[in-house]
Design a protein around this ligand. Structure first.
Ligand SMILES: [Zn+2]
Ligand SMILES: [Zn+2]
Length: 312
């Protein structure tokens, strides 16, 4: 932990910030303040929560477990739906997302890992990397299996379109409800603020905790070469991504909670979808992965093999 705190005290690399990304990121946050003017209603909060979890599922089960790791297979239509809904999270497109994530696994917690809280700062691991020039480019050589899909390339190139479509849809839905169901007490502006802006901000920070908190706090079951942790809180807000030490140990598994008590909602949902024939060939951890576990799981640095980060 002390290593994390020391590196967190390093100064922010302001020269590396990409100001256009910063302005967009700031605008989405600042727009939430419009809630003071629009007020709130039950239907607006419902839209906020529902769109958080629906888009989190697309990020978790789509961008991460399907595009970045190919832990199951599906048809091209469902693949597109996951890509479109995930891109509506305003975290750039599926190729960008998957290539950066594969890079993370290649260089986890080294200097070449853009969002390591060990070799950079906690701020950098949470949002700084997302706003810096180093993260702008997409290394297509890391996602050559995805570039053959024209629709994924288009979504990646025009990534602001799905969030814009969602924002307009929220406004029109709210305006329609305000007119035809005035008892709900909502409006176009209110649904836009809660269903898009507030939900998207929560989604940003929920997703980013996997890079920050799940590499700092939690228990280690496996002696991975990084500082990944199993963290229940992160697992709950990300639909299962918090079992991050499990995931770094065996990234080819669709399920990240390796035991029944490790809550992994994305896994349960994908299992349900497999029963319906929407997804198939779900990959699971082999028996040897269960035998390799460290019996004495701890949350302290003494269990971490990473007293010194790997050199890049
Ligand atoms: Zn990680
Ligand atoms: Zn991963």
């Amino acid at each position: 932990m002390s290593q994390v705190l020391r590196t967190s005290l390093r100064r922010l690399d302001r020269d590396n910030l990409h100001y256009s990304s910063c302005v967009q990121f700031f605008f989405v946050h600042a727009a939430c303040l419009l809630a003071l003017w629009t007020g709130v209603s039950a239907v607006a909060v419902f839209a906020c929560v529902a769109l958080y979890f629906v888009r989190m599922f697309a990020i978790t089960a789509g961008f991460h477990r399907l595009f970045a790791h190919r832990t199951y297979r599906t048809g091209r239509v469902f693949q597109f739906i996951m890509a479109f809904v995930g891109t509506a999270s305003y975290q750039k497109g599926p190729l960008w997302w998957a290539s950066h994530h594969r890079r993370h696994h290649l260089h986890a917690d080294t200097e070449r890992d853009l969002h390591s809280p060990l070799t950079h700062t906690v701020w950098q691991s949470h949002v700084g990397w997302f706003l810096c020039r180093d993260s702008l480019a997409t290394d297509l050589s890391l996602v050559s299996n995805l570039t053959k899909y024209r629709e994924l390339r288009l979504l990646d190139r025009y990534y602001p379109v799905p969030p814009l479509v969602l924002a307009v849809a929220m406004f029109l839905l709210g305006a329609g409800l305000g007119r035809y169901a005035p008892g709900l007490g909502t409006s176009g502006a209110q649904m836009l603020v809660w269903g898009f802006f507030v939900s998207t901000v929560l989604l940003y920070h929920g997703t980013f905790t996997v890079n920050s908190l799940a590499h700092i706090f939690g228990r280690r079951r496996y002696e991975t070469e990084d500082n990944s942790r199993n963290n229940l809180f992160v697992a709950l807000i990300t639909l299962g991504e918090g079992w991050h030490n499990n995931h770094h140990h065996y990234p080819s598994s669709e399920r990240q909670g390796f035991y029944w008590w490790e809550i992994d909602v994305a896994h349960y949902t994908l299992r349900l979808l497999s029963l319906l024939g929407v997804v198939w060939d779900i990959r699971t951890p082999p028996e040897r992965v269960y035998r390799q576990r460290i019996l004495d799981e701890t949350g302290g640095d003494e269990a971490a093999p990473l007293s010194q980060p790997r050199s890049a």
